[in-house]
Design a binder for this molecule. Structure first.
Ligand SMILES: Cc1cc2nc3c(=O)[nH]c(=O)nc-3n(C[C@H](O)[C@H](O)[C@H](O)COP(=O)(O)O)c2cc1C
Length: 186
């Protein structure tokens, strides 16, 4: 059996990054439930050609590989830091280089981090409409985490963990064969 592919993209340059830590945490949990093969990228992995490319054909191989991986994934975890109440411009530019049909009907877990709770609804007001344009299946529970949900760049809050569990459960609709895959892997 071929394992379904999960790709996470953290729209941050920071290393270490809370957004990357959150995406990684969600990916690990999702993989243990659904036997995904997962891969996670941040904007460093995409590399410098992103900022100078207006079209996908202008990207270097490194950046093109990341986009190829995103569009060929069976499910995505999108993670964005909050910048001025929204997602960073360069993260949006990465998404701008994807054709609308390439994310159509793809299940997407929406996650974001911010310094505080004031902009928690950016997951609903910014990220969800962005993937609405692509007609993706954004999962009902969006996950927003602030500084106090992390300890040493690890998810450490119970309310956040509960929310993550909810969205992991929502993936079941898309991967009904996961139990068989997990059994085969044991
Ligand atoms: C340019 C900039 C703008 C920011 N704007 C906001 C904001 O509007 N609201 C907020 O809650 N946090 C804001 N932050 C804080 C970041 O969203 C927060 O530290 C985030 O968790 C960083 O993620 P990272 O560690 O993955 O880079 C801003 C940070 C930067 C650098």
């Amino acid at each position: 059996m071929v394992a379904p592919k999960l790709v996470g993209i953290a729209g941050s340059f920071n290393r270490p990054s809370k957004t990357y830590a959150l995406v990684q945490h969600v990916a690990e949990l999702a993989s243990s439930h659904y036997a995904f093969e997962s891969k996670i990228y941040d904007l460093h992995d995409v590399g410098p050609s992103l900022g100078t490319s207006l079209w996908r054909k202008d990207l270097d191989d490194q950046a093109r590989r990341v986009i190829d991986d995103i569009v060929s994934a069976d499910a995505l975890i999108i993670g964005s830091p909050t910048y001025k109440g929204s997602y960073p411009g360069l993260f949006k530019h990465l998404i701008d280089l994807i054709d609308p049909h390439e994310l159509r009907a793809k299940p997407i877990i929406i996650t974001a981090t911010g310094g505080g709770d004031r902009h928690a609804l950016m997951v609903e007001h910014q990220l969800r409409p962005l993937f609405g344009f692509f007609m993706s299946h954004t999962l009902p529970t969006a996950v927003y985490a602030s500084d106090r949900d992390f300890t040493d760049y690890k998810v450490s809050s119970e309310p956040l963990s509960k929310r993550i569990d909810e969205v992991i459960g929502e993936l079941a609709t898309f991967f009904p064969g996961a139990t068989a895959l997990l059994a085969a892997a044991e």
